[in-house]
Design a protein around this ligand. Sequence first.
Ligand code: PEP
Ligand code: MN
Length: 357
Amino acid sequence: MENLESIILPGLSDKKPLIIAGPCSAETEEQVLTTAKELAANGVKIFRAGIWKPRTKPGGFEGVGIEGLDWLKKVKAETGMYVATEVANKAHVEAALAAGVDILWIGARTSANPFAMQEIADALVGADTVVLVKNPVNPDLELWIGAMQRIYNAGIRKLGAIHRGFSSYGKHLYRNMPQWHIPIELSRRMPNLPILCDPSHIGGKRELVAPIAQQAMDMGFDGLIIESHCDPDCAWSDKSQQVTPDVLNYILNMLVIRDTKQTTENLTLLRQQIDQIDNELLEILNKRMRVSREIGQYKKEHSMQIVQTDRYGDILKSRIKLAEEMGMSGDFMKDVLVSIHEESVRQQIEVFNNRIK
Ligand code: PEP
Ligand code: MN
C-alpha cells in the first residue's frame, strides 16, 4: 500500500479540494436530475447518490435499486458530471460497473465486514475504477486499512478513503464522533492515500456541515463528500443533514483552503484537538451530573442523607492517586474534584427539593 496513486480523474486530480456532492439517496428521476443540474450549475463536478441504502432497521426506504443507475447515466449525459454510488456486494459492483459509474464507495457498515469487503474486492478484479472506502462504523483503524488492502490487492489503484466519523452510544453533539486522530494516523501511515471527509455524516445536522468541512480543510484532507438535495426537508433519508445546492455553494465558497498540508505540530490542529476534547469533557461531565441526580433520587426514596463523607473521601483519594500516576498534579485534581462534588451536591439538593428529576 506504500505506492498508492492519487485519485485519477481527468482534469480533477490536481484540484484541491476534490468535491463530491449529491443526495443521500436517489429517490426519483426528477429529484436526481434537478439536484444534479443545480449542483453542476454551481461548479460541482462529481455527483453522488445512494441507490442501495443500508438501513439500521427493516421497513425504511432501502433505495431505488438498479433503476437509479439509469438516472445516474442521465446525469452523466445531461451534465457531464462524474457519478458515484455506494456498493455493498458483488451484484451492486457488477451492476454499477456495467452502468459506467465512475466512482464506487463502500459504506461504513460494509467496510466493517471483511467477508463483504472480500466479496466486493473479488468483483472488482480487472476493473479500472475509483473506489473510496469509508471508515468502519467502529473506531478501528486496522479494520479500515484492512478493507482498503483487500481492494488494493484486487488490483484497484485509484483508491481513496472517506472519514465519516465513528458511531457511539448515547446522544452527542455529532451524529458520528470525528475522532480526528484516526484519519490523521491513517494519513501518517499512508501518506499517498487521498482522504476525503464526509461532514454530513459526522455532523448529522445542516449547521455542522460548514465547520466540520473547514476543520477537515485545516487538517489537510484532500476533499469533501457532502450530501446535497434539491429539497432537503422532503428527503427520504438523512434529511436533517442535507443542504440545498445553493447552500452547498455558499459553504464551499466560505472555505479557507490553506496550501500546505498541516502537521500535528501545527497550532490550528492542536487547537482543534483541544476543542474536540473539551466537547468530550462537557459530555462526560453532563453524564456524570445525570447519574448524580439519579443517585439523589435514590437517596431521597431511601431517606438517606445527601453527603456520604466516607464515599467522598474515597473518591478524592483514589482519583488523586490515579491523576498523579498519570503525571498530573494532585492539587489540581483535588480542585477539580471538589468543584465537581460541590455541583453534584447542589444538583442532588435540587432533586431533594423536587425542583429537578
Ligand atoms: C451515505 O453516504 O449515504 C451513507 C450511508 O454513509 P455511511 O456509510 O457513512 O453511513
Ligand atoms: Mn446519508
